[in-house]
Design a binder for this molecule. Structure first.
Ligand SMILES: NC(=O)c1ccc[n+]([C@@H]2O[C@H](COP(=O)([O-])OP(=O)(O)OC[C@H]3O[C@@H](n4cnc5c(N)ncnc54)[C@H](OP(=O)(O)O)[C@@H]3O)[C@@H](O)[C@H]2O)c1
Length: 358
């Protein structure tokens, strides 16, 4: 089979021939059809992202995708060859302990247990076949009309879905999405609608992109372009929300100031929730008294629960989540270098997807 092999972060990335992996206990081998590229794949492989830790040996990068089960190992009871599946990069150890290890397959691991897990499962999905822990795989049957490329874009939704579930978004609530113009932020707006939010206030700095999100989302979406002044922005968001919001979901990327996140926090009603899933290069100054007096909940969240892909598929099957607005831009697996460059520049409605079979 063809596979992309990365010598190490910042090392040589090469398309090589390797034997199709053999299934081992607890694993599945998936014949890959499509996978979505992370926007930061290029700086990742070039070793320019210092917090990432890759396996201590040449490995196949890439952590998600869509394919068909080719073989299953011993101790795998539900998955069968021929089944269409979605692959998650987020792998959590299955042992019955309080704090199971977790790592991002084909991407990174942090901490001793995670690094041991990564050493056991060094390879990701940027190949024609992938060897995966069975827990990384979710059956995706019953959607024959949806192409593998379209299904691969679910990777864009599954990350914010984790935060919206963690923030307990309920049907009929008002949701504020801060960082709505970003890749995951736009998906969060669309998912909030799919999950039954009565209103979604999409906030960001780029009025034109916000307008496009409002058009894609329909009448329940109100865009608010922020000014940078926290009090002014919080008042505008509250007005757009018809009063204080129930939940604010924050997905800013590398923000160098905390103003928009604080405006989102201050747009909350009494006992509202703020979920933090993005990143900020400066501290987030929150007043102890303000939190306490308003009864606000601030929740940091990494990734999503194991059932997330299955539940997302249910939203797609029921017609609640329309995969239409975020379009895949497909390239063959052999064109990974070009695809990484495109992924870095892709807009919020575009998802660069590799097609794995020749
Ligand atoms: N928690 C998790 O499990 C998890 C998983 C995956 C990724 N992430 C994090 O998610 C973040 C977002 O990823 P992405 O791919 O969606 O990034 P992205 O497409 O680059 O979007 C980043 C967004 O942040 C906004 N932004 C940046 N600085 C800002 C500031 N100072 N004020 C207001 N808005 C600001 C951008 O606004 P403009 O459009 O105006 O520039 C844009 O909307 C990344 O930082 C990543 O590390 C977290």
């Amino acid at each position: 089979m063809q596979a992309w092999q990365l010598e190490k972060l910042g090392g040589d990335l090469r398309l090589i021939d390797r034997p199709i992996p053999q299934a081992r206990p607890g694993s599945v081998v998936v014949r890959m059809d499509a996978s979505a590229l992370m926007s930061y794949m290029q700086p990742y492989v070039e070793g320019r992202l210092p917090i990432y830790h890759a396996p201590d040996q040449p490995f196949i990068p890439g952590g998600n995708g869509v394919g068909v089960v080719h073989a299953v190992g011993a101790d795998v009871w539900h998955l069968k060859p021929g089944q269409r599946v979605l692959i998650s990069s987020y792998v959590v150890a299955q042992e019955n302990v309080d704090e199971p290890g977790r790592f991002l397959l084909g991407i990174t691991a942090a901490g001793p247990v995670a690094e041991e897990m990564q050493a056991d499962w060094p390879d990701g999905t940027l190949a024609e076949y992938a060897l995966l822990p069975a827990t990384a795989v979710t059956p995706a049957e019953g959607l024959p009309e949806i192409s593998a490329a379209d299904l691969a874009t679910l990777m864009r939704y599954v990350v914010p879905y984790g935060g919206l579930l963690r923030g307990r978004l309920a049907a009929g609530e008002t949701l504020v999405v801060s960082g709505a113009t970003g890749a995951y932020g736009t998906a969060a707006v669309l998912l909030g609608l799919a999950m039954g939010a009565a209103r979604v206030v999409a906030i960001g700095r780029n009025a034109k992109t916000l307008q496009a999100i409002a058009v894609a989302g329909g009448p329940r979406v109100t865009p608010v372009a922020v000014t940078g002044d926290i009090a002014t922005d919080a008042a505008r968001i509250r007005a757009a929300a018809g009063g204080g919001a129930h939940l604010a979901f924050d997905m800013v990327g590398g923000a160098t100031d905390p103003n928009m996140t604080l405006a989102a926090l201050r747009s909350l009603r009494h006992e509202g929730r703020l979920v933090l899933m993005g990143s900020m290069t400066v501290p987030l100054p929150i007043s102890y008294l303000e939190l306490m007096l308003n009864g606000w909940e601030v929740i940091g969240n990494f990734m999503y629960p194991r059932q997330a892909y299955g539940r997302l598929l249910d939203l797609v099957r029921s017609g609640q989540l329309d995969l239409g607005p975020i379009r895949p831009r497909t390239l063959p697996l052999s064109e990974l270098p070009q695809a990484m460059a495109l992924a870095g520049k892709a807009g919020n409605f575009e998802c660069v997807v590799m097609l794995h079979q020749r």
